[in-house]
Ligand binder design. Structure first.
Ligand code: ZN
Length: 733
């Protein structure tokens, strides 16, 4: 393979493939093992170049205060004797070119240990310790980042670093939902907010609730910055990071904020463990998370558990393991997996085969993923401010719409209109938002629209370079300067697709009138909301869009704003008059537009009065995906979509670039139609046309060169076979 010189990069800026062997509480198999052979296996069979070894174990009854290495300052884990897992393993991993990180449990302590430091525990507002009301993993408690425990923790980190490891992964601390109301937090919040009144947890009526949410995230970030500094006192190049969450409305209660943590850690990591689920489970969750984590300045890491959901001693099926690895790399992040010792023992070869096959391919691709970045021309704003503070002002959105299931002559159609108090409004807001964000990314995946993710602070020219269309999946809580950046982007020729309440609240979630912004979106005024419905309500196009005819009935998303269009906006679709009852005759088209398109400067704004992406995530209907794709194409203008193909939606296409070449990542999740997937079905002879000036193409996995045909500003090629993962390199640009 071609070599690119990235030798000046620190090791963690190059592709990193991490793993952790789990021994739970019995470390004898590790102590008694031939350590050199363990390290060699990790490197040669599993392609690992960074291994984690536990410095403090993460097992019952909460063992974060015990060490698996020798230190005069802390208590040793019983049964380890004189062994020092870190110092003993270090020379072996070094010999095999593996960096060693220490896993440091920072969240799960036994009650006995906590009793020796009674003021260190995280407290709920009634004064009970969090871990006494919610025992961790069945037993054990957790400590507060603002208490004097922090100094204990930093000393632990220094001691870990003295073993010679390359850095630490901190498993926690976690700022748990409902916490913390300890005396240290109270004191610090009083100074920060100039008030001695602490809000009840989740009390949206309290003037300081959002301030308290912000304080919690800030406290955690401050802890991480000090932890990083402690590690670097011992080793200036120490790597430090934690499991920091992804993009969900739970970010608020768990104090997750990837952007805020960015300068306090080396990697931005989060877990995407496979869970067996009752209902639909998007096959692209790892890809979406990988894009989110790699959107910032730090390299991303997706943590993939090799255990099968809640059965940790049964391995994840190979198809799930291989797609998790492929999606992680396609999304621009680094891989990580954990295996339980028992699982490795029993069924090693088959269960871990993807680490040798797909993992081996990924390792061979190092030169093609080093220093790369997304070249997707569509950007999706995932607004953490909105995840934190979005609380719709519309009481009418709070209504139970049921499942819609019809059986035994009974339709489950809900129907209870709720009062829409603050708690209910937050619940419905969070539900819409979680569906919108996942649905928007999945619409792009299933529609073959390569997408990059932007965080709140990324609405700047450097990050928008190369972006043709910006999607705002109900990014409701935006600062005025973000709106100005979006307007500038459009007036300079960009396309915008904004959904539902995008930009209608400020960055603290306060409802704003923002007449100029509404006008920019093509809205004259908002009259109210439609009654939430998932039964017999539709929208219909006024003009054909791509392959969707003008008169077809498209199922209406559950929610909808009733808006009046501005004079210069063109209504592309209208809502039908609401029915919300099964087996009822349609009642004609309403006066309310569902989609508006407006020219603004050199660009185009498409406004969706409904959360269309939410509908795709709930119902997975192709009409919603096709409509979204047609609107993205419309917003892009004459230049059109970046990629065209007739491949099924079960092939995700991600476009990344290095200097002088483009990497087209093809992740195939075509399978036996269930999750966990049992088998990937290969795709053959897949035609792809994409905007590019390339003159040469080849498949990295098969090694085959591909014939390129030029059609205008596009190159067209056919990929002969795609198993789980292939990368096409386009060069000669
Ligand atoms: Zn506290």
């Amino acid at each position: 393979m071609e070599k690119t010189n990235f030798s000046t990069l620190p090791w963690w800026r190059k592709p990193v493939r991490m793993m952790r062997r789990d021994y739970v509480s019995d470390f004898r198999p590790f102590i008694q093992a031939n350590l050199d052979s363990l390290a060699r296996k990790a490197r040669e069979h599993w392609q690992v170049n960074c291994e984690w070894v536990m410095a403090t174990p993460g097992c019952a009854p909460g063992t974060a205060h015990l060490t698996l290495f020798n230190t005069p300052r802390f208590e040793k884990m019983p049964g380890i004797g004189a062994h020092d897992l870190l110092r003993e393993y270090l020379p072996h991993v070094r010999r095999h070119g593996i960096h060693l990180l220490a896993y440091v449990n920072m969240h799960w302590y036994s009650y006995e240990f906590a009793d020796t430091h009674p003021d260190w525990e995280q407290l709920l507002e009634d004064g009970t310790a969090y871990g006494h009301k919610h025992p961790l993993y069945g037993g054990g408690t957790t400590l507060c980042v603002n208490s004097p425990w922090r100094d204990w923790a930093f000393e632990m980190i220094r001691e870990v670093m003295r073993t010679g490891v390359d850095g630490c992964f901190l498993d926690g601390p976690v700022v748990y939902p409902g916490a913390c109301y300890c005396k240290y937090c109270r004191r610090l919040f009083k100074i920060a907010a100039q008030s001695s009144r602490l809000p009840k947890f989740g009390d949206w009526n309290h003037p300081l609730w959002k301030r308290f949410a912000d304080f919690r995230a800030g406290s955690w970030a401050r802890f991480m910055c000090d932890a990083q500094a402690a590690a670097r006192e011992i080793h200036p190049g120490a790597v430090m990071f934690l499991n920091g969450g992804g993009f969900s409305s739970h970010n608020l209660s768990c104090a997750y904020d990837a952007a805020r943590m960015e300068s306090c850690q080396t990697f931005t990591g989060s877990e995407q463990f496979f869970h067996c689920a009752d209902g639909y489970d998007s096959p692209y969750k790892t890809l979406n998370l990988a894009r989110f984590l790699s959107a910032g300045k730090n390299p991303g890491v997706v943590f993939t558990h090799h255990g099968l959901s809640t059965w940790h001693y049964a391995p994840l099926p190979p198809a799930e393991m291989s797609t998790a690895l492929a999606q992680t790399v396609a999304g621009g992040s680094n891989t990580w997996f954990a295996v339980f010792h028992e699982a490795i023992k029993k069924d090693a070869r088959e269960a871990l085969a993807p680490l040798e096959t797909t993992g081996g391919f990924i390792a061979d691709c190092d030169p093609y993923v080093t220093g790369d970045r997304s070249a997707a021309e569509t950007a999706v704003l995932i607004s953490n401010r909105t995840l934190y503070y979005y609380l719709t002002r519309h009481h009418g959105l709070c209504r139970d719409v049921g499942s819609g299931r019809e059986a035994g002559l009974v339709v489950e159609q809900g129907g209870t209109q709720q009062k829409g108090d603050l708690r209910q409004r937050r619940e419905v807001s969070a539900e819409i938002l979680d569906h919108e964000n996942q649905g928007c990314l999945d619409v792009c995946n299933f529609a073959h629209v390569p997408a990059r993710i932007l965080w709140d602070d990324h609405l700047i020219s450097e990050k928008l370079r190369g972006v043709k269309v910006l999607l705002l999946p109900n990014a409701a809580c935006l600062a005025q300067k973000q709106l100005a950046a979006i307007e500038r982007f459009v007036r300079n020729g960009g396309g915008l697709v904004a959904a539902f309440e995008a930009g209608m609240y400020d960055e603290w979630g306060d409802p704003m009138s923002r007449q100029n912004w509404l006008r920019f979106l093509g809205i004259e005024r908002i009259k109210g909301v439609f009654v939430p419905s998932r039964t017999e309500d539709y929208l219909t196009l006024t003009t054909p869009l791509d392959n969707i005819p003008a008169d077809s009935l498209i199922p209406r998303p559950v929610h909808g704003l009733a808006v009046r269009a501005a004079d210069d906006a063109k209504a592309l679709a209208y809502y039908l008059n609401p029915i919300n009852k099964a087996y009822t005759q349609p009642k004609g088209v309403s006066d309310y537009p569902a989609i508006l398109a407006t020219r603004r400067g050199k660009g185009c704004v498409v406004y969706l009065a409904s959360p269309l992406f939410d509908a795709f995530d709930r119902f997975h209907i192709d009409a919603h995906k096709d409509l979204a794709r047609a609107l993205i194409r419309l917003a892009a203008g004459r230049i059109g979509l970046q990629v065209e193909t007739d491949a099924p939606g079960s092939l995700a296409i991600e476009v990344r670039e290095q200097k002088g070449r483009t990497l087209v990542h093809l992740v195939n999740v075509t399978s036996d139609m269930k999750r966990p997937m049992g088998q990937i079905v290969p795709l053959y002879d897949v035609p792809i046309a994409m905007r590019s000036k390339a003159t040469r193409a080849k498949c990295l996995r098969s090694g085959q060169p591909l014939r390129l045909k030029r059609k205008g500003n596009r190159v067209c090629f056919r990929v002969p076979k795609i198993r789980d993962y292939e990368i096409v390199v386009l060069s000669g640009t």
